[in-house]
Ligand binder design. Structure first.
Ligand SMILES: NC(=O)c1ccc[n+]([C@@H]2O[C@H](COP(=O)([O-])OP(=O)(O)OC[C@H]3O[C@@H](n4cnc5c(N)ncnc54)[C@H](OP(=O)(O)O)[C@@H]3O)[C@@H](O)[C@H]2O)c1
Length: 245
């Protein structure tokens, strides 16, 4: 272990965009903590990263389980003392396509928020003391244009004709609120907090209907995980710059 190496924790990093973020950050010489809720899938991901000479470790972390979050924070504290990058990537989408808001099951809203919002809050809160020990802490929240109230409220937008997926979209809107409030608290520190959209990426989350590869989708999150000190905080960004809230 070296104090000079940057340490990055990526939640839900065993597959999809999270795995690719891990790969791209690892290729920059950053030590990767692969946050996983399934240890076997985690070890498989770590082996793939190590085959590319990336320094990677699996870390058991179910963002809906406070005990695993606390244990992960304790492990990072004992092993590395600090954390430089937290990528809140873990996210779910219940099968709500075509279900109108008025027909949506309350449990599906609760389930989606438990992972996409409350999980991010709990992980961020637990990791903040470690991020404060970094010279340049970076928090990246994986959001989506689907969470933009401006885009959702515009009857001429590119999603105007898609039935609203309330649970997922509102979870990302609320995630953006977390970004704003944590960034406000941390404005006078070395920690920057931003929401990013990876674009529409082919992954298990959307049945591989996205038109971008995970390599393309990881690009913006990686840029914001490695921002220099003059970079922005408290914003919402995609590959074409700022996204309206
Ligand atoms: N794909 C897109 O087009 C798109 C667009 C905008 C935003 N995003 C966001 O990007 C992020 C990654 O999505 P993806 O497309 O890569 O999806 P994915 O391939 O389905 O991967 C999701 C990851 O999150 C993990 N996860 C789910 N619930 C978890 C929990 N409670 N605790 C810890 N890990 C958990 C999954 O682990 P398991 O393998 O154990 O299930 C998996 O590793 C999500 O936040 C998503 O909302 C995706």
């Amino acid at each position: 272990m070296s104090e000079v190496r940057k340490i990055a924790l990526i939640t839900g990093a065993n597959k999809g965009i999270g795995f690719e973020i891990a790969r791209q950050l690892g290729a920059q010489g950053i030590t990767i903590l692969v946050g996983v809720r399934d240890q076997v899938r985690g070890e498989e991901a770590v082996h793939k990263l190590m085959a590319e000479d990336i320094d990677a470790n699996a870390i058991h972390l179910d963002v809906t389980n406070q005990a695993t979050i606390d244990a992960a924070a304790a492990f990072i504290e004992q092993t590395y003392r600090k954390l430089d990058i937290l990528v809140n990537n873990a996210g779910i989408s219940v099968k709500e396509g075509g279900t109108l808001p008025s027909q949506l099951a309350f449990e599906d809203v609760l389930k989606t928020f438990a992972t996409n919002v409350f999980g991010v809050f709990a992980v961020t809160k637990a990791m903040l003391p470690l991020l404060h020990r970094s010279e340049a802490g970076r928090i990246v929240n994986l959001s989506s244009e689907m969470g933009s109230l401006t885009i959702n409220g515009d009857p001429t937008s590119f999603i105007a004709n898609i039935p609203p997926t309330l649970a997922y979209n509102a979870s990302k809107t609320t995630l953006n609120a977390l970004t704003v409030f944590f960034a406000k608290e941390l404005r006078d520190t070395h920690i920057k907090v931003n929401s990013v959209s990876p674009g529409y990426v082919a992954t298990d989350l959307n049945g591989h209907s996205g038109f971008l590869t995970t390599e393309q989708g990881a690009k913006v999150p990686v840029v914001f995980a490695t921002l220099t000190s003059d970079g922005p905080t408290g914003g919402f960004f995609g590959e074409n710059g700022m996204i309206p809230w």
